[in-house]
Ligand binder design. Structure first.
Ligand SMILES: *Cc1c(COP(=O)(O)O)cnc(C)c1O
Length: 220
């Protein structure tokens, strides 16, 4: 199966309100270019340095999404070009993104990462913490960031009833946060193994890697 075929199969399953982030972490630029040449323009990476390297080598109409956990001291390496940061889970991180965005006179779009999985290995804020943040005067004073939605990762399990419950929780948290911040519009949930279910539960953005590019080999 080629990258091009995989992409067009997935695209054919997506409703028009759902966008596809091609998760290209660990994959070589040639693979990303194959996706680019098939029309893909949104790429997701989970390491800032790797994303910055690929950004430099690739066409400039690509939208780069940071989907991994962000170390505050590395925000400066992506502040100039990143299109959306999915994994914002603290006010400290938001402060740093705001500071670096200001240096480049731009506004950086961010998603609040919410903890929906039962496992405690997953990052993310509670719904309460997200409410408190969006209602705070401090948050309102940050002029160079925009919170445009939420992101979540379901538990790593075969139990689709559990995954469905977690996605549904994210959707309802989104609805309640949207009452405070009407500009919220993105629900980033769903990966290779569960994106059809995520879409049924209200996802507007799926992050798909191995289903497009094949299995990742971390030994390389
Ligand atoms: C790697 C990754 C994905 C894509 O995973 P696949 O199972 O390969 O589709 C999606 N979201 C995040 C946050 C990731 O780190």
């Amino acid at each position: 199966m080629s990258i091009k075929t995989n992409l067009s199969e997935i695209q054919s399953q997506l409703p028009s309100h759902v966008s596809l982030v091609a998760v290209s972490k660990t994959k070589p630029v040639e693979d990303l270019m194959e996706a680019y040449e098939s029309g893909q323009r949104i790429f997701g990476e989970n390491k800032i340095q790797e994303m910055a390297d690929k950004h430099q080598q690739m066409p400039k109409d690509i939208q780069w999404h940071m989907i991994g956990n962000v170390q505050r001291n590395k925000v400066k390496y992506m502040a100039e070009f990143v299109d959306l940061i999915h994994g914002v889970d603290s006010e400290k991180l938001l402060n740093e993104i705001n500071k670096q965005a200001e240096k480049h006179q731009r506004t950086i779009n961010c998603l609040l990462q919410l903890k929906i999985a039962q496992e405690d290995t997953k990052f993310g804020m509670t719904a309460e913490a997200a409410h408190t943040l969006l209602e705070s005067d401090h948050f309102k004073s940050l002029k160079n960031i925009a919170i445009v939605g939420v992101m979540g990762m379901a538990s790593f399990t075969e139990n689709s009833a559990q995954i469905k419950e977690e996605f549904t929780t994210l959707k309802s948290t989104f609805e309640s946060l949207k009452k405070i911040s009407p500009e919220l519009e993105i629900i980033s949930m769903g990966m290779s193994g569960d994106y059809p279910l995520a879409i049924d539960c209200g996802s507007t953005m799926v992050r798909v890697g191995s289903r497009i590019f094949g299995a990742r080999n971390y030994a390389i």
